[in-house]
Write a protein that binds this ligand. Structure first.
Ligand code: UTP
Length: 296
């Protein structure tokens, strides 16, 4: 396999428990929570397609049939919209079905992100692939994955998307040590999952996008449980770093973490304020909310 072969598949791990968003995620998978007018997962699939990758493999828990059905044909709904004379809505529904080729593989138990990626091994095959975490929603032009694919094409090795985070937040992320190659591009020299602030090698956090090569799979298969008792993708990448260079791309865009309450709210406001039909109302509503007095 040429190391810079085209990336045709994006794996979307979506089999986690979503505990930070309970009880909303008790029955509804986190990636189906609605941000303004579409579920979280749709933002990611649209980013993949806009980046030139149409094949999407969802990694879900075995009981989840809802996430894939968001992208599947809905003949009864289409017939009803046609009968009611709603051509615009009908076109929207059909466009969603045609957006991407969506397949599903299962992760039998939520054993960690590294394990979820390993569950996609047969679906990916012997080819480079992307991994996209759906609750990291990225508003960027060009799309974040496109920025990374351009670096992958240039350097021919795995590319991680990174962003500087406040030092007191490093314990929530995979953190890299890295040497700059040029503006916005680094060569990774080490990786550590969820380090204590005192042990973090930098403030550069891996955020939810990866362009990876299939030699990661045997490494992941041999990776033992790490932070939180989970099989961590960061630990597999650390092992892979011994046998090949890994690169990082600094995000040029805005990342919104919709996987927790306050991030979800910020993401909602961010995307609502970009829609002309909602922006003025939203501003008025926000301005009319009294700010509680300090200590109240
Ligand atoms: P998170 O770290 O957000 O975990 O996973 P989570 O379980 O979804 O949510 P919390 O922390 O309990 O609130 C990042 C991504 O990796 C997927 C999740 O579905 C999410 O898209 N994931 C995580 C898996 O697919 N399998 C796992 O075992 C763990």
């Amino acid at each position: 396999m040429p190391t810079n072969a085209a990336v045709r598949t994006v794996l979307v791990p979506a089999a986690g428990l979503g505990t930070r968003m309970l009880p909303a995620t008790k029955a509804v998978p986190k990636e189906l929570l609605t941000l303004v007018d579409r579920p979280i997962i749709q933002y990611g699939v649209e980013e993949a397609v806009q980046s030139g990758v149409r094949r999407v493999v969802l990694v879900t828990n075995p009981g989840n049939t809802l996430t894939a059905s968001h992208f599947a044909p809905a003949p009864a709904l289409e017939a009803e919209l046609a009968a009611r004379g709603k051509p615009d809505l009908l076109a929207d529904v059909r466009a969603l079905t045609a957006l991407a080729d969506v397949a599903t593989v299962h992760q039998p138990e939520p054993l960690g992100l590294g394990h979820a990626v390993l569950c996609g091994r047969d679906a990916v095959g012997d080819a480079p692939f992307a991994v996209m975490l759906p609750d990291d929603i990225i508003d960027a032009d060009p799309p974040a994955l496109r920025q990374m694919l351009d670096i992958f094409a240039e350097y021919g090795g795995p590319v991680l998307l990174v962003e500087r985070v406040p030092h007191d937040a490093v314990h929530r992320y995979g953190i890299i040590a890295a040497e700059p190659i040029r503006h916005g591009v680094y060569r990774v020299t080490d990786l550590v999952e969820k380090p204590a602030a005192a042990d973090a090698p930098s403030d550069l956090a891996i955020i939810g996008r990866y362009v990876l090569t299939p030699d990661l799979f045997p490494t992941l298969a041999a990776t033992e449980r790490g932070a939180g008792g989970e099989i961590q993708l960061t630990d597999g990448l650390r092992q892979l770093l011994r046998s090949r260079p890994i690169y990082a791309c600094a995000l040029n865009g805005t990342r919104l973490d919709a996987g927790n309450r306050s991030g979800f709210l910020k993401a909602t406001i961010h995307f609502a304020s970009k829609q002309p039909a909602l922006a003025a109302d939203l501003r008025e509503t926000l301005d009319s909310i009294p700010v509680p007095a300090a200590g109240a």
